[in-house]
Design a protein around this ligand. Structure first.
Ligand SMILES: [Zn+2]
Length: 229
C-alpha cells in the first residue's frame, strides 16, 4: 500500500535538505545551537512517544497540558516544540518582534512549517531567520529541561520544608522555566551577533532593548532586528 510521495511533499523535502545543508555549512555558529534542529529532524530527541520509542509510555509534560487523559494522539514533538507554554513563550517573542518590524505580514504569528522547516515568513530575510529558528528550537528544548528540573526541585522542597514556614510565592511551576527559555533565546541571538562581529572585527552595530515577561530589561544585538526584508 505504498503510495508515491505527493509532489508538494517531495518539494518540501528537497527544499528542507537544501536548507539543512546551508545551515550546516554557511551558518557559522556553535554546533550546540544547531543540535536541537538536527535531532528534531531525525526524531532523535528521546521523547517518550516518538515513533521509534513507541513502546515507551507517554511521559506527561510538567506544564500539565500534555499527556493527561484527555489528550488524543500523542506527539511529544508537537507539544514540546509548539504547544507547550514554554514553546509558546518563545514563539510569542518572535511574533512580537516580527510584528514590530512588519505588521502586515506576520498576522496570526509564525507557523509550524516556518519554524520547524526553517522557512522565513513573508517579509522576513532568510539569513536572520536561519538563526532565529535554530535559537528558538534550542531554547524550547532548554526550557523543557528547566521545567523538569524545577518541578523535581519543587517536589523535593515540598518534602523537605514540610512543617516549616510556608513559602509565600505562589508562582506556577512553569513561570521560572518560561522566563529562562526566553532569556536563553535572546542570549543565543546575542551570542550569534557577537561571533559575527568578532569575525568581522567590528563593534556590534545594532543594539535594542528587549522587554521580557517580568519587565526586566535586556540588551541584545539581535537577528530579530535584521529580519525585515
Ligand atoms: Zn508542556
Amino acid at each position: 500500500t505504498d503510495s508515491p510521495t505527493p509532489p508538494y511533499l517531495a518539494t518540501n523535502l528537497q527544499h528542507f535538505q537544501a536548507t539543512l545543508a546551508r545551515l550546516w555549512t554557511a551558518v557559522h555558529w556553535e554546533n550546540k545551537n544547531k543540535e536541537t534542529l538536527w535531532r528534531l529532524v531525525v526524531d532523535g530527541i528521546p521523547l517518550p512517544g516518538n515513533t521509534h520509542l513507541s513502546r515507551v509510555p507517554i511521559k506527561p509534560c510538567e506544564c500539565g497540558s500534555y499527556g493527561g487523559d484527555t489528550d488524543q494522539p500523542y506527539s511529544p514533538r508537537m507539544h514540546h516544540f509548539w504547544e507547550c507554554p514554554i514553546a509558546k513563550a518563545v514563539r510569542e517573542q518572535i511574533d512580537r518582534h516580527l510584528r514590530l518590524l512588519s505588521p502586515a505580514t506576520i498576522q496570526g504569528g509564525i507557523t509550524r512549517q516556518q519554524l520547524w522547516l526553517v522557512q522565513a515568513p513573508t517579509g522576513c530575510e532568510q539569513a536572520p531567520w536561519d538563526v532565529i529558528a535554530m535559537a528558538a528550537l534550542s531554547s524550547m528544548e532548554y526550557g523543557r529541561y528547566c521545567l523538569r528540573a524545577a518541578t523535581r526541585e519543587q517536589r523535593q522542597q515540598g518534602a523537605s520544608t514540610h512543617g516549616r514556614q510556608q513559602q509565600t510565592q505562589t508562582r506556577t511551576a512553569e513561570q521560572g522555566p518560561r522566563q529562562r527559555a526566553i532569556t536563553d533565546f535572546f542570549n543565543r541571538l546575542g551570542g550569534f551577533t557577537q561571533e559575527e562581529d568578532e569575525a568581522a572585527n567590528t563593534h556590534p552595530s545594532i543594539y535594542t532593548t528587549q522587554p521580557t515577561l517580568d519587565n526586566a530589561v535586556q540588551t541584545t544585538a539581535s537577528p530579530l532586528d535584521q529580519a525585515q526584508a
